[in-house]
Design a protein around this ligand. Sequence first.
Ligand SMILES: Cc1ncc(COP(=O)(O)O)c(C=O)c1O
Length: 433
Amino acid sequence: MTCAWSCLPVSSRMALQEGHQPHSLPKGCCEQTQCQHTFVKLAATYSKVNLGQGFPDFPAPDFLTEAFTRALGGGNHMLHQYTRAFGHPPLVKVLAQFFEKLLGRDVDPMTNVMVTVGAYQALFCCFQALVDEGDEVIIIEPFFDCYEPMVKMAGGTPVFVPLRPNPPKDGKLMSSADWQLDPAELASKFSERTKAIVLNSPNNPLGKVFSRGELGLIAELCVKHDVLCISDEVYEWLVYDGKQHIRIAGTQRLTTFLLLSWPQVGWVVGPNRLLQHLRTVHQNSVYHCATIAQEAVAQGFQRELMLYGKPESYFVQLPKELQQKRDWLVQSLDGVGMKPIIPEGTYFLVADISQFKSDVPEVPNSDEPYDYRFAKWMVKNKGLAAIPLSAFYSEAHKNNYTNFIRFCFAKEEATLKAANDILQKWKQEKTSS
Ligand SMILES: Cc1ncc(COP(=O)(O)O)c(C=O)c1O
């Protein structure tokens, strides 16, 4: 990697060399994860249509399932054994080739890429390896729920900064692009205790794709304060309306990790001086990710490398299919007055439910936020599952964002049609009552 990737603050390097103490989970650490569990259980019990949890209900592409079958049943019995702990050589080699193209910089397969069990484990390795007692980590809200507990488990303190909604004045539907950072507020969160900032673009849950200007601002502050950028880009290929996903590592010479994943196989791309610490965590926790899965994903990437930028590429076809699904759900929700915030990326869509307050009974003596009450009531009474948006906020800020719920639209056409039927019936009931 270029030397510009190696501005590791000394304290993080020492964290692992001097022995990281295990931390018990601070109070409140698991609340968001708890919320996900609650809503997964409610969806399993009551939902006819589950647009809550973020998983596609359509099959993986044939070329990938065929690669898995070949790896499993082919003649190479060594694929049933351990491979290199930090990444199966064919996979790290093809990932390095791929990311050299995407980032426009050299990527060494053995030292700049590490394979993990999904992006989840990549995140865990980053926080455990690099965050030390007393360090602050800036998290942009709304955020993927594991960032906060993972920072706390490492002994760090999360510092939250929200994306602030600016509704368009012309009565148009809001876009995820209308949710923006306040530059002065962001700058005020950086201090001498800041170790890292977590960036997630495209963002779960909003679908926001950060612009070059926004990334430039974050990068400038990282360079100024010598802060790491942990860039979670798991939805990098899911960007719509001709928008471009910009990789912060490709825009600026700053210390950045890219975290990505494909079917439960994830990877981190970053400078060796930092990755060496992640390798220590990985080696002494999970050690290794299933060889067969890595082999299959390597073959998938070899195909994608050959088809790079061509219409047949899966990374070109998938966003086209998902954009259509997004548009169907936007139409369904808009039709019943549940105002959708049009996502520029990901397969999530947040909708404004403030017009539905009269549908949901008040619960006496309860301080449960409206979005939680609404999502519970909707799944029990209408059979449609979604997740309350305030679950993606810190305790201090969640009460400001209780008028929204999140849907997942990575679903078969029939599932989205069934959701539309529920919404249309609901609308008829509302108008006739
Ligand atoms: C923003 C974000 N990061 C990371 C992950 C975890 O990815 P994986 O399933 O590869 O572990 C998810 C999964 O939903 C996510 O939404």
